[in-house]
Design a binder for this molecule. Structure first.
Ligand SMILES: Cc1ncc(COP(=O)(O)O)c(C=O)c1O
Length: 442
């Protein structure tokens, strides 16, 4: 008898008939806070400070279109063919010149081109992590990396950050605690520049120390750096990989923020032996990265003033960052704090004591402003009072309006807190009620 694909139990309720056949690893796969928000946040009446989409309005689409057309016409037989599993050799050479801007000296032989740096995260985790292995990661961390670690059933142990990025002493303590528990941490995952979501950067003077701690502990560093060239005030900071990390650092890069995310071209630079494993894993997953897209990127890098274009992106994001920081300073009630990014896309905001960003979210959406609640950026349920605000996409006026709406919602929450105390909760359908403590809790 055929097994029913889905079974309906009532109006609008569909149960998944495959539940008992999914692999264990799927249990850790859940939609991220950002995915869940997407439908509501993309309504035109909502000011979305939630999404982290690069803003392509400054990219000359006519130039890119011409370049793509010519590429297919003149070298289509190569561009539309399968390519190398490690990635196009011409592009790998050019990637080395991009990394040189952050002091990284590398051979194209050690670069693997990936389908965005997201695939690099997947390949590295696949190659290094067995279920139950520990990954050290900043608190908070990029949600896409947490999704990957969870998909491979790795255990994330968070390490504290402050306004200067990852705290070396906290890293030492985390390494010691993992060792004391008899477990093995495989790598430290870090986004040193213009952190997603925290909007802070790892201070120059901490970088050598972080590398040294990891080297002493036999821990690889996974340096994820998609925003490094998007600094507003200063030239790029030397990468961790550039500080004697050839044998201990896996460096991830991407053209998503400096060119176009839709091309899905990123890379990983790995120690020689690891490179080989990553290529095998990549071939098993996708055979090879898209040849056409790689050639588009290579052509763009070698024929266009791409660094000038990155400069235009930087200016656009700087204007939006200024709009957000000014609006926050003017509008937010006392007790609210936030980071002051010097590049990238994000501000990390902490609500006044007693407020919870997830609980507040339905009210914010009703007020037509969206953000991402902090809890999604932690593997362990922290982040209640925090939220990520992105300034990369909306126009500066919309950013100001969004912050104005958000500040109004925070004011209302504070009023509620003052009136009802900290037990006020919101129902998912946006009604509010006051929880009565049960007798055994009182
Ligand atoms: C820190 C970080 N790493 C990796 C990625 C993935 O980027 P992509 O796969 O587009 O290169 C992102 C995307 O936002 C990111 O913020």
């Amino acid at each position: 008898m055929a097994v029913p694909r889905t079974s309906r139990t009532g109006p609008g309720v569909t149960l998944d008939a495959f539940t008992d056949r999914y692999a264990q690893r799927t249990h850790g796969m859940t939609a991220s806070e950002i995915r869940a928000l997407f439908a509501v946040a993309s309504r035109p009446e909502v000011v979305s400070l939630a999404g982290g989409m690069p803003n392509l309005s400054a990219l000359p689409l006519d130039v890119v279109g011409k370049l793509m057309g010519e590429l297919v016409q003149t070298r289509g037989a190569q561009a539309l063919q399968y390519g190398s599993g490690q990635g196009d050799p011409v592009l790998r050479e050019l990637i080395c010149t991009v990394m040189a801007l952050e002091g990284v000296e590398a051979s194209p032989e050690d670069v693997v081109v990936t389908v965005g740096s997201q695939q690099a995260l997947d390949l590295v985790t696949r190659v290094f992590c067995d279920p139950g292995d520990v990954v050290l990661a900043e608190a908070p961390s990029y949600v896409g990396a947490l999704g990957t670690f969870s998909a491979y059933q790795a255990d994330v142990v968070h390490v504290a950050m402050d306004e200067n990025g990852l705290v070396p002493e906290a890293l030492r303590e985390a390494v010691a605690a993992v060792q004391a528990s008899g477990r093995r941490a495989k790598f430290l995952y870090t986004v040193p520049n213009f952190h997603n979501p925290a909007g802070v950067s790892l201070a120059e003077e901490r970088r050598d120390e972080i590398l040294e701690i990891c080297q002493d502990a036999g821990l690889l560093v996974l340096e994820d750096n998609p925003y490094g060239l998007l600094g507003f005030d200063a030239p790029p900071t030397r990468a961790i990989r550039a500080r004697g990390g050839e044998d201990d650092v896996l460096y991830l890069g991407s053209f998503s923020k400096t060119f176009a995310p839709g091309l899905r071209v990123g890379w990983v630079l790995a120690p020689h032996a690891v490179r080989e494993k990553l290529v095998l894993a990549a071939e098993a997953a996708v055979l090879c990265p898209p040849q056409l897209n790689q050639m588009v990127v290579a052509e763009y890098l070698s024929t266009q003033d791409w660094q000038g274009q990155v400069g235009a992106f930087r200016e656009m994001y700087r204007e939006r960052r200024d709009a957000m920081l000014d609006a926050l300073t003017q509008q937010m009630p006392p007790g609210t704090t936030w980071t002051h990014p010097t590049g990238g896309f994000y501000v990390w905001l902490t609500l006044p004591e007693g407020l919870d960003s997830k609980v507040m979210q339905p009210r914010a959406l009703t007020a037509r402003v969206a953000y991402v609640p902090g809890v999604g950026f932690y593997a362990d349920g922290q982040g209640g009072p925090e939220m990520r605000l992105s300034y990369c996409f909306p126009e500066p006026d919309r950013i100001r309006e969004g912050v104005r709406r958000l500040a109004g919602v925070v004011e209302q929450e504070l009023d509620l807190l003052a009136t009802f105390g900290p037990t006020v909760r919101h129902h998912p359908d946006n009604r509010t009620w006051t929880e009565t403590p049960s007798p055994d809790m009182a």
